[in-house]
Design a protein around this ligand. Structure first.
Ligand SMILES: [Zn+2]
Ligand SMILES: [Zn+2]
Length: 399
């Protein structure tokens, strides 16, 4: 067997193409061709795209990202002599681009027979859209990140909004990921906070994974969990430098976001990156989409969701030994980290009403057939009581 712990010492840029038989009984591999990450690396994109020359390259952006990088990417590729087109997507009557049926249709229509590769320029929705549509069209895609706001660059899954429900679909890896920290560092604070929140959400995601392993016998990979936890700890240790705009700290955060995406690919499911905190975040997002209002950035919701999940763990661990044994994070420790980052500590700050918050605690677990502390609490017949208490704790009243 290979040394499964070798991956713990590797840099993210060294991981593409790496594969090994792990002590968890599975073979893990990183099926990305190339990750180009660092300061000023955008200029390496034309060279990296050489294998795809000869066919049209469709650059895909939204109203925002076209200004940040879309025009620049197209100009660079034109200058390198490639045949390119630029598609700018928008959702009419909604403040941001939605990855829904209409947008998917628009993108599909613009993929003519000549197109040989999609090049997404963006950090969230654009990445999800290009990933899923290129997968369906059996085309490769490359992604140029514009903000350190989420961990989906290197993920094999992508969420879409279908019939007003957010559903995660299997997709494929990008062949090339370019994250230029000079570009990422220009992202607004709220997007940097979002990336940070998505990273801190791993505390509860990993705890839910351990709980599902212990209670339900779900597959668990200790090395992958350690890989993610180490990266999260590193980001917390460097958070002041990150928010201060230190290029090294932004690179580290970005590598962590890439790494958590890679960890999903290693395992073949999203457990290392997503647990009950993501279910809550998705619940709030779906509610906002149904009402036609803008929802908070994914990572900011995830951050708050992780505090809520940790509050549930805090109560349940005093009553059930098995919950205590999975070492849940202390909600006050998470609060302390988030308040240093200037992030929301109450649902209301995110535009989530106490009523919606309580409803999400009671029903969030229904979003995915995946076992978390909420399923455990429900099975004990305690979910309504715990939802009441955690709503009081987080929305005022008991505190
Ligand atoms: Zn493993
Ligand atoms: Zn996430």
């Amino acid at each position: 067997m290979d040394d499964p712990r070798k991956i713990l010492t590797m840099k993210v840029g060294e991981m593409p193409g790496y594969g090994y038989d792990c002590s968890c009984g599975r073979h893990h591999s990183v099926d990305i061709n190339k990750i180009i990450s660092g300061s000023g690396v955008l200029k390496e994109l034309p060279e990296a795209l050489k294998p795809y020359a000869g066919r049209k390259m469709l650059v895909v952006a939204d109203n925002n990202t076209v200004e940040i990088g879309g025009h620049r990417v197209k100009a660079m590729l034109d200058e390198a002599g490639y045949d390119t087109d630029l598609l700018v997507l928008e959702t009419k009557g909604y403040p941001v681009l939605l990855p829904d049926e209409t947008t998917v249709g628009t993108l599909l229509i613009h993929i003519t027979d000549e197109v040989g590769i999609l090049i997404g320029v963006g950090s969230g929705t654009i990445n999800d859209l290009c990933k899923i549509v290129s997968y369906k069209m059996k085309l490769p895609f490359a992604i140029v990140g514009t903000a350190p706001s989420m961990d989906g660059y290197a993920s094999v899954m992508a969420p879409l909004i279908v019939q007003r429900q957010k559903i995660t679909y299997p997709a494929h890896y990008p062949v090339i990921i370019v994250t230029d920290t000079d570009l990422l560092n220009t992202a607004p604070l709220i997007m940097k906070q979002a990336g940070f929140g998505d990273v801190i959400g791993k505390y509860t995601a990993l705890t839910d994974w351990r709980l599902a392993h212990k209670v339900k016998g779900d597959h668990y990979c200790a090395v992958t969990a350690e890989l993610v936890q180490n990266a999260v700890d590193d980001c917390v240790a460097n958070m002041d430098a990150y928010f201060g705009g230190s290029p090294e700290a932004v690179l580290k955060m970005n590598d962590t976001l890439l790494l958590t995406g890679i960890s999903i690919g290693l395992i073949g499911y999203t457990r290392p990156a997503s647990g009950s905190e993501h279910h809550l975040a998705h619940f709030w997002e779906i509610d906002a989409i149904a009402r036609g209002v803008e929802h908070p950035l994914h990572g900011n919701s995830v951050g708050l969701g992780s505090i809520a999940s940790a509050e549930v763990y805090k109560i349940m661990r005093t009553r059930f030994e098995v919950v205590d044994s999975v070492a849940p994070p202390d909600p006050d420790m998470l609060r302390e980290i988030y308040s240093r980052a200037g992030m929301a500590l109450t649902p209301m700050e995110l535009g989530v009403s106490p009523e919606l918050f309580k409803r999400s605690l009671n029903n969030g677990y229904r979003i995915r057939p995946r076992y978390t502390i909420f399923n455990f609490t429900m099975e004990q017949g305690m979910l309504p009581e715990i939802a009441d208490r955690v709503t009081e704790i987080m929305c005022g009243g008991a505190r």
